[in-house]
Write a protein that binds this ligand. Structure first.
Ligand code: ARG
Length: 576
């Protein structure tokens, strides 16, 4: 039962009667009352009446008696609502008895395709891929938990002209040595050396070009070498996914190569639809609304002058396949903001071509950059791009040291488990807790801090509650939950109850916006509110019904933290 919605439902008809038409009642949590509506203020201009008068009339008409202990006009025309203890108790009891903590499964599941991670073969994943992987995985978890059919599409960069030089370089090194270099993750040096030879050596360049042709025409040996390159890189990426605790598996690789046979037909279809135009020998589509800085229309190049297809054509083919063959109706592209224009154009062309039929829609889930302490793109000390695997190793090493320092009572296995959960959790949380549209500074000390809006803070709050239960000698909640009275006498108890009830609406909101910092922020509020409660309200030292009631709130807090962090892809160790 969502109190906010319940209250809004009661105010809606009253507002409609007063305004003579539908009005959103704008009920929100507030510092001044349990809930507050400012809808009368917005309405005043429209109706040409004093807001306080409107608010009073709405309250005169609304049926709130069973839900509210007080409902009054305040200030310039706010409606302040104080929820009745009985209604609040009933709402909490509903949560306690609900394994889904008030978050229902969606009534009408959709097929959602999430395009994320998408590193490039024989190249190190960079921090941009890290963000995509973290945000995309949280998306997959949350939408899956809501009951949608989720398709994880790892749009691996596994095709294109660079494979000519990569395969030739592999042959120069010898298959075995080259493959070994790739499987240990020495991707960048492999790529860089190939590139350097390509730039410096005319013979190598010529061989590489022939090799591209051989690959495209399906030459058996070339294809086998290509598979070797792809396979070794995939293996390396899977290792990173495992370290990162993300849900991507080998089944989710849906690389660019998959769409090669579809590129010709896609361009033909665009031509049949009359959408193609020639520009300097290249086949282009000019999506409506796409103009450059100078006001000229911007083309999406679908076939280059040399007859080759590039990144845009592949994305068009993939999109058509995803709606047409896979039946996806919500397509999410978790890719950095620099590619925003690209996706706007791809989506516009797809819409004109009829590849987004009916309810189908595509969204670019964009994100900003990860910066170093100097405010520039994150680099290693040597100035090279940061190697993801090294970054994660460092996270775990730092968190392991922290765990050992913080709790000398943990045995070696526990220290290792906590170090991993906290280190990886800290990296993921730092990413998810900032508005994804913004850049953020990668800062070890801040992300590993035990207070503040951090993973360790939330994980610690969870572990603390679990330890409380161990001391209480009860592993879960009191047996007959229905009989437990929800304690509401102390303001800290009420505040905690509201925070717990606020979990469900946030999850539902984030399902739509994919703004995970809202969920992170809410979990932080839950933990902080819990902390305040725990300081003021003794639990184990309380007695009888109060003790049971408070234990119940503790148990519910732990469940909300655990579920919420799980949606973000973050573990909750039982001890810390
Ligand atoms: N491989 C690309 C890159 O590294 C990202 C691909 C994103 N997904 C897509 N459908 N274009 O930039």
């Amino acid at each position: 039962m969502d109190l906010e919605k319940l209250l809004a439902d009661r105010l809606t008809p009253a507002f409609a009667a007063v305004a003579g038409g539908p009005v959103a009642p704008a009920v929100r949590r507030s510092a001044h009352a349990d809930y507050q509506s400012d809808a009368a203020l917005a309405l005043a201009r429209r109706l040409g009446r004093p807001p306080r008068e409107i608010a009073a009339e709405v309250l005169g008409r609304a049926v709130l008696g069973d839900l509210c202990a007080a409902a009054e006009v305040s200030g310039p025309g706010f409606i302040n609502l104080t929820v009745a203890d009985q209604a609040l108790g009933a709402a909490v009891a509903g949560l306690v008895g609900d394994p889904r903590l008030g978050v229902p499964r969606v009534a009408e599941p959709e097929t959602v395709l999430i395009d994320y991670s998408a590193p490039n073969v024989a190249k190190e994943m960079h921090v941009g891929h890290l963000r995509s992987t973290i945000i995309g995985d949280a998306t997959a978890r949350l939408l899956g938990w809501r009951g949608h059919r989720v398709i994880r599409a790892n749009h691996l960069g596994d095709w294109g002209t660079p494979f000519g030089m990569l395969i030739e370089h592999l042959l120069d090194l010898g298959e075995a040595d080259g493959a070994a270099e790739l499987s240990v993750g020495d991707l960048d040096s492999f790529y860089r050396t190939a590139r350097a030879k390509f730039d410096a050596d005319e013979g190598f360049r010529a061989r590489s070009r022939l090799r591209v042709v051989a690959l495209q025409s399906g030459d058996e040996r070339t294809v086998r070498l290509w598979r070797l390159l792809v396979g070794r890189s995939e293996g390396y990426f899977l290792g990173v996914y495992q370290a990162l605790d993300v849900t991507l598996t080998e089944r989710d690789f849906q690389g660019e190569s998959r769409y090669q046979p579809m590129l010709g037909p896609v361009v033909e279809e665009l031509d049949r639809l009359g959408l193609l135009r020639d520009s300097d020998g290249a086949a282009c589509v000019f999506p409506p609304g796409s103009v450059g800085r100078d006001g000229d229309p911007l083309p999406l190049i679908v076939r280059k002058r040399d007859g080759g297809y590039g990144y845009p054509a592949t994305d068009l083919a993939a999109l058509r396949y995803r709606t047409g063959e896979l039946g996806a109706t919500r397509l999410l592209y978790v890719v950095g903001l620099p590619q925003r224009r690209h996706f706007e154009m791809v989506f516009a062309v797809a819409a004109s071509a009829g590849w987004l039929p009916g309810a189908a829609r595509a969204e670019h889930v964009g994100f900003g950059s990860v910066l170093g302490a100097d405010g520039r793109m994150l680099r290693s000390r040597a100035g090279a791009p940061v190697k993801l695997a090294d970054l994660l190793d460092e996270a775990v090493a730092r968190a392991t040291a922290l765990a050992r320092r913080k709790n000398p009572g943990l045995d070696a296995a526990e220290v290792a488990e906590v170090g991993r959960a906290v280190g990886i959790g800290a990296v993921k949380y730092a990413d998810l807790a900032t508005d994804r549209h913004r850049d953020y500074v990668f800062d070890w000390d801040r992300m590993l801090s035990l207070d503040g809006n951090t993973a360790p803070y939330l994980q610690y709050a969870y572990a603390r509650i679990r330890s409380l239960f161990r001391r209480a000698g009860a592993d879960g909640l009191p047996a007959a939950v229905e009989a437990v009275r929800v304690p509401l006498a102390d303001p800290a108890e009420r505040a905690l109850v509201f925070a717990l009830l606020g979990f469900a609406p946030v999850v539902v909101e984030v399902e739509r916006t994919l703004e995970f910092h809202q969920l992170a922020g809410h979990l932080h509020r839950v933990a902080a509110t819990f902390s305040a409660f725990y300081e003021r309200c003794p639990v184990l030292r309380a007695e009888g019904a109060v003790r049971e009631g408070r234990l119940m709130l503790c148990g519910l807090t732990a469940r909300v933290l655990r579920q919420g962090l799980d949606l973000l892809g973050i573990r909750t160790p039982e001890r810390m």
